[in-house]
Write a protein that binds this ligand. Structure first.
Ligand SMILES: Cc1cc2nc3c(=O)[nH]c(=O)nc-3n(C[C@H](O)[C@H](O)[C@H](O)COP(=O)(O)OP(=O)(O)OC[C@H]3O[C@@H](n4cnc5c(N)ncnc54)[C@H](O)[C@@H]3O)c2cc1C
Length: 437
């Protein structure tokens, strides 16, 4: 069965993934002579850099998501289908999905990355990842529900397990999440849960390396450490989480921490897809591409963004960092090249322009490594706010997020602490317990 798509006589470019890379490419290509087909398992684009604010009840999920169809409403050569691609068949130039087969002239894999539990079944079973809006919502529910349960738990030990949080991984995600949780403990807990002793809530950040933010400068790492420690976060450096059974976190040093919530921010790997030869897959499960984003061994299949590994850029011989700017610039470059190819022009090899890195720890506290200048504190924080605001997709989202942030800044509060669980049908025989005698 074929997925229903019109035959317009145009060459068809099928893009799998509507993240930063896929979206940028589609925006470029819809202006050209191609038929552009975007496939994504979700019907929205998600802005991952702000997931941690959804997880800590600072922003609504709808503020950081944008419906993919809405973006391309006025593009007659654009088609979106919500489906999960299962396999590619390069010899037949088609891919299979649960909804049917899609044929392509050019295929672009912009699949992004997935959480890497490094093959540990215990982490997979018990730790909470934060790579999508649904995972961020799960985390928000877990944090808020456990606080509610803690209020009705008289035993100190059990209560500790419910309120304490362990974050694994001291990269930007771990640092930003630790900061946001520490602020929540400081500003929200005493108001929302006055019967709960906020000093009982411990936030641990465990980083295997000797410093935080390994991809950033030494000053940034030092400042982040200082900020987090001054906010009461227990930062554990040079130690590794080796086991977690859902209750006890075991570190390599022998230390044990009792916690019902371990948040996994310790690594990612490329999304997998069947059909690409194993010889084209590199370290970190990333798909090896040449300087024109062509997957090694294929002429008509490209990969961009987090899933791609390009070693041809002289400044990045081990591949580019898996960040939004790389994905956006790769989407743009591939789009330009596909248009140039149609016009018989030479293709342009990809060169990444690094505009710098930012991470925020809390109110007025952030770190910024810019091409010619590193700064920390208030200026870095304001920079972080504006960069993220402008990068968000959709004017309404920008306005809502801005208003939310202003409101939070003035009131020291967010009002989004709702526990909304997905509806589950009640099992037969499940009934309300009767009142005790
Ligand atoms: C918590 C967090 C915080 C981050 N913070 C920052 C930051 O501050 N700054 C920064 O620069 N970067 C940050 N990043 C990294 C940044 O978000 C990624 O580098 C960027 O999203 C990569 O873009 P992409 O298009 O390659 O992949 P993604 O944005 O992940 O998009 C991939 C898309 O592919 C779809 N997809 C995957 N598999 C399939 C399939 N089989 N079939 C159909 N669709 C599929 C997904 O639904 C998704 O829409 C952060 C990431 C996370 C998780």
């Amino acid at each position: 069965m074929k997925i229903n798509l019109p035959e317009t006589g145009q060459k068809r470019v099928v893009i799998v993934g509507g993240g930063f890379a896929g979206l940028e490419l589609a925006k470029k290509l819809v202006k050209g002579p191609y038929q552009v087909v975007l496939l994504d398992k979700n019907n929205y684009h998600q802005f991952q850099p702000l997931l941690y604010q959804v997880a800590t009840a600072g922003l609504e999920p709808s503020s950081i998501a944008f419906p993919l169809r809405k973006l391309f409403q006025k593009c007659p050569n654009f088609y979106f289908r919500m489906t999960e691609v299962q396999a590619i068949h390069p010899e037949k130039r088609c891919l299979t999905t649960p909804r049917g087969i899609v044929w392509y002239d050019y295929l672009v894999l912009a699949l992004g990355a997935q959480t890497n539990f490094f093959g540990n079944a215990q982490f997979l079973a018990h730790a909470i990842p934060m790579k999508s809006i649904s995972e961020a919502l799960y985390l928000r529910n877990a944090i808020l529900s456990d606080l509610e349960v803690a209020l009705t738990t008289p035993e100190y030990e059990r209560r500790q397990g419910l309120v304490d949080v362990v974050i694994v991984g001291g990269g930007p995600t771990g640092v930003e999440l630790a900061g946001a949780l520490a602020e929540m403990r400081h500003w929200i807990l005493p108001k929302d849960y006055p019967e709960l002793d906020a000093s009982e809530v411990d936030i641990y950040l465990v980083q295997a390396g000797e410093r935080l933010l390994p991809g950033m400068s030494h000053e940034a790492a030092q400042s982040a450490l200082y900020y987090l420690q001054s906010m009461g976060v227990h930062v554990i450096l040079g130690d590794r989480v080796i086991d977690y059974d859902g209750s006890w976190v075991c570190l390599k040093s022998g230390r044990r921490i009792y916690s019902k919530k371990v948040i996994w921010a310790a690594g990612i790997k490329g999304q997998t897809i069947q059909g690409i030869a194993s010889t084209s897959i590199g370290p970190g499960n990333r798909i090896c591409v040449d300087a024109f984003h062509r997957v090694k061994g294929y002429n008509d299949i490209f990969a961009i963004g987090d899933v791609a590994l390009m070693k041809e850029d002289p400044n990045w011989p081990e591949g580019h960092p898996q960040v939004a700017q790389v994905a956006i610039q790769q989407g743009l470059n591939l789009g330009n090249n596909l248009l140039r190819q149609m016009q018989g022009k030479d293709l342009i090899p990809f060169r990444y322009i690094d505009k710098g890195s930012l991470a925020t720890i809390g109110r007025n506290k952030a770190v910024a490594d810019l091409p010619f200048w590193n700064t920390q504190g208030w200026i870095a924080w304001v920079l972080w706010l504006f960069v993220h605001l402008f990068a968000l997709v959709g004017t309404k989202n920008k306005v809502f997020v801005f208003l939310n942030w202003v409101w939070n800044y003035i009131t020291y509060d967010q009002s989004l602490r709702l526990i909304i669980r997905p509806w589950l049908r009640k099992k037969q025989g499940e009934n309300t317990p009767s009142c005790p005698e």
